[in-house]
Write a protein that binds this ligand. Structure first.
Ligand SMILES: [Zn+2]
Length: 363
């Protein structure tokens, strides 16, 4: 069975506005620019891999789908702001005149990917969407995110009768919105690997484990800045995979950002395409063990237009079980950088997260 791919050219038309707007420095576009994702799309075309994937058409998420997580007042506010020419959905989540329609197309793209996997039209799927979603909260956008794409896709799968779903978020920033969506839900396991205290700076700690019936089904793995291939792989092997195996999900959804890559402007990590290839392989293995292969990967951040495309390619090749003729031109250099191996202080941070797996979950 094929791997599905969601892309719509209009994702590249989302306008995140200016990143610097004060009077004293020349205005400059926000770091969430179209190139990083559009260049992944073009790399898929150039490599020939796109032709071997099943195209999944994005559709706009409906108001009813958006309000499974967001408040009606928030959805209406984003719509009205867009009609007025654009604005900010909350905190650093700016958009232009078509921002509402494009944001709900991104959410609907992730929902369409889930539907295609649940219908078994494809074995797994990759939703290459923009804007990203994992920072969006019920009543405000945050950090380039307007609607909570992954949380809404999970809610959709729940509405379709999937009972146990796991989300693994390896964007370098904390998946605060996704965590919030299922914090008290024992049937959705949310795991976020991220740079310790990066963004948002007030969430993503080990202490945030869920609440009520959901206690124990939220797991944060904050990694020290400077963590590289060894640390991220160890975190997946020692914490993420055991947590997934214990939870036994029926569907795995990955929130895949590439901003833990070594040259990303918004993270301070050392990962490379080989790291993402290994993490994707681990998720594929879990999905085949527990979910009949049902795996949906939704793209989040990744702000290097030159390198994020190679990280995305590595993930999509892994999902598809194919290797294109394209070699990552930076892999030799990046993997040889000092500090790539697991360091003692990083192992300590990973062990602290692994220790939480031993704490009994809520009854
Ligand atoms: Zn990010």
């Amino acid at each position: 069975m094929a791997t599905g791919l969601v892309w719509d050219e209009r994702f590249a038309w989302h306008d995140a506005g200016l990143g610097s707007t004060n009077l004293w420095v020349e205005p400059y576009p926000a770091l969430d620019r179209p190139e990083a994702k559009r260049r992944l799309w073009s790399l898929l075309q150039a490599s020939g891999l796109a032709a071997r994937l099943a195209a999944i058409r994005a559709r706009p998420a409906t108001d009813a789908e958006l309000t499974r997580f967001h408040t009606t007042a928030y959805v209406d506010r984003v719509r009205a702001l867009a009609e007025a020419g654009g604005g900010d959905a909350g905190e650093s989540a700016r958009f232009g005149r078509n921002g509402f329609e494009i944001a709900r197309l991104a959410a609907g793209g992730c929902i369409a990917a889930v539907e295609a996997v649940l219908r078994r039209e494809v074995e797994n799927a990759y939703a290459l969407v923009r804007p990203s979603g994992h920072h969006a909260e019920p009543d405000r956008g945050r950090g380039f995110c307007i609607f909570a794409n992954v949380a809404l896709a999970v809610a959709h799968a729940r509405a379709w009768g999937v009972e146990r779903i796991a989300v693994v978020d390896w964007d370098v920033h904390h998946g605060n919105g996704t965590q919030m969506a299922f914090y008290a839900d024992p049937d959705v396991l949310t795991i976020s690997l991220h740079q310790d205290t990066c963004y948002p700076t007030d969430s993503g700690t080990l202490a945030e484990r869920g609440e009520g019936a959901g206690l124990g089904t939220n797991l944060n793995i904050p990694l020290p800045p400077g963590s590289g291939d060894g640390a991220w792989r160890a975190a997946v092997d020692r914490v993420v995979v055991p947590a997934l195996n214990a939870f036994r999900p029926e569907l795995v959804v990955v929130a895949s950002g590439y901003d833990a890559a070594v040259n990303d402007p918004l993270g301070r990590m050392l990962c490379h395409s080989g790291t993402y290839r290994a993490m994707a392989a681990a998720m594929l293995q879990v999905a085949r063990t527990h979910c009949d292969g049902r795996l949906v990967v939704c793209q989040e951040g990744g702000y290097s237009p030159t390198y994020a495309p190679f990280c995305g390619l590595a993930v999509i090749e892994t999902l598809a079980g194919e290797t294109s003729a394209v070699a990552d031109p930076m892999l030799g250099w990046y993997s040889a950088l000092g500090g790539q191996a697991l360091q003692p202080h990083q192992a300590q941070a990973i062990q602290a997260a692994a220790a939480l797996l031993e704490v009994p979950r809520a009854a």
